[in-house]
Design a protein around this ligand. Sequence first.
Ligand SMILES: *Cc1c(COP(=O)(O)O)cnc(C)c1O
Length: 388
Amino acid sequence: MDAKNMKPESLAAQALGWVDEATRAIAPPIHTATTYLRDEDNQYRSGRVYSRDQNPSYDQAEALITALEAGHQSLLFASGMAAATAVFLALAPGDHVVAPKVMYWSLRNWLKNFATDWGLVVEFIEMDSAAALQAAIQPGKTKLVWIETPANPLWTITDIAATCRIAHAAGALVAVDSTVGTPVLSQPLTLGADIVMHAATKYLNGHSDVIAGSLTVRADSPTWQRIRAIRAQLGGVLGPFEAWLLTRGMRTLFPRVRTACASAQRIAEYFDTHPHVAEVLYPGLPSFAGHSVAAAQMQGGFGGMLSIRVKGTNERSGEAAAIATAAKVQLWKRATSLGGVESLIEHRASVEGPGTPAPSDLLRLSVGIEDAGDLIADLEAALKLAHA
Ligand SMILES: *Cc1c(COP(=O)(O)O)cnc(C)c1O
């Protein structure tokens, strides 16, 4: 069977079925060499000179991400932040970019501070509104529209295809942080996006033991070549062992994400009517603002991320009750990050600090692959203790 006809599940499970030609090993070796032998006639026919950005340990992971995203080419980076910032640094000072008000907080901070100091004109808008984008975009001047969907920590949904139509009509590129969407659930490039970014730290690796990022492009372009040069010259590259772990992690991407989605849906529905919960934010709930757009552009689930807003009591504010709930869980791990096999719970406003769009009573939940009933029982017990 030709790989072109295989389902992404099959490509991921076997990491494209690559075999090490020298040994016939079905798991790849880890290439630690930093430099490569030059031919006697002074050529480099291997195509590799120095491994800052030429390590063979990247090849399989990059090829797999490219296949799963239906893209042209991918690049691994040392972190999601290294990947995301490379996209902005490929622009020029003075360029106008549009970004969402609700987005991954650390990138928002970088855009507000470093990127703005460097000369980018960054405008933050309600990205779930086509009218807001239409009003913000400046034909010829806006070079990039950055979106994240579902977006941290409210899981705001942005219509990728509609955003691309507006941005492209004005001559701007569209880049999508698809960390939470994962290639299992959505493929932004097939909806018109130019670049898709992953914090591979999260679902792609899936085991909370690698910091990594990736970019995948729909078609080659001068911007993509600048991004390649930025990786090579700024040197935010992944280590070979981390690339190897990432490849291994991606082999189980589909069953992990599907389990997390199914459990997240159950957890969202259960707590949506719970007496100690004011609101559940999850794109899989029909009452959620972005539900119909999410249903149209995500397949097979709405992701493993949700947030709950905890009700206060006579003695405790919603914020205090949320923090007390997180303090009482046993199975959920009280930690930041997301997308691992273990479920995490976090009082998000404490992490993000001033300027966060997270309400003070919000707990962010990253659903792992434990038994959903156990996760529900543990959270319910913690809510009960916090409201005792
Ligand atoms: C974690 C995360 C990032 C940053 O990735 P790092 O690997 O931590 O640098 C970017 N976007 C989203 C949505 C994330 O969750």
